[in-house]
Design a protein around this ligand. Structure first.
Ligand code: IMP
Length: 179
């Protein structure tokens, strides 16, 4: 379902009590540069569908910073690899408008493609803080919180995160399907 271990441990915790067995698949697939995470997730799923013989889902996520017109957005993975958190903070130097949004799109393929999106609003920190989590967690402070995602336990992050909101919508679909 994902080859990102940070995402995997979050899903493992969120899906622990609902009887869904998770398997981490270390597969690479072309991530096309499209305009939305939903389109990226959809395209990746359709690519993997030919190879995987079981139901599966993939997670495509991104950090969208308002004052940078949504950047890095669909380029989040590339920007994290090349600029990292320090690069993001450099781009934000001197900016007082620091609002941002994290988005996750889960694309689940059973007999058809299903998309579930979750969003969490917050602010870009002025310095990286915390050592938990992964990716941009040290620079993202969700609304109504003082800590960054990286200063939270997995459980705390899961109680408010973009990924957990997408997961709730996904689980609602699964439950409806199995009734
Ligand atoms: P992708 O969904 O793997 O393409 O993720 C894009 C980039 O955003 C990667 O560099 C991830 O590390 C980062 N990312 C995705 N989800 C999160 C998150 O929940 N917290 C922090 N960074 C994330």
């Amino acid at each position: 379902m994902t080859s990102n271990r940070g995402k995997y441990s979050e899903y493992k915790e969120m899906l622990r009590d609902v009887g869904i067995e998770l398997e981490l698949l270390l597969m690479s697939y072309p991530e096309e540069q499209l305009d939305t995470i939903e389109e990226v997730a959809e395209r990746s799923t359709l690519y993997l569908r030919g190879t995987l013989k079981t139901d599966f889902f993939i997670d495509d996520s991104g950090l969208f910073i308002k004052t940078l017109n949504g950047f890095p957005g669909v380029y989040s993975s590339y920007v994290f690899r090349t600029l990292g958190n320090v690069g993001i903070l450099d781009l934000m130097k001197g900016k007082t408008e620091r609002s941002a949004e994290f988005r996750t799109c889960i694309a689940y393929f059973d007999d058809k493609l299903n998309l579930f999106t979750g969003r969490t609003q917050g602010l870009i920190a002025t310095d990286p803080r915390g050592t938990n989590g992964f990716g941009f967690d040290p620079v993202f402070i969700p609304d109504e919180r003082k800590e960054t995602y990286a200063e939270m336990t997995t459980e705390e992050k899961n109680s408010i995160s973009h990924r957990s909101k997408a997961t709730q919508a996904f689980l609602k679909y699964i439950k409806k399907k199995t009734i």
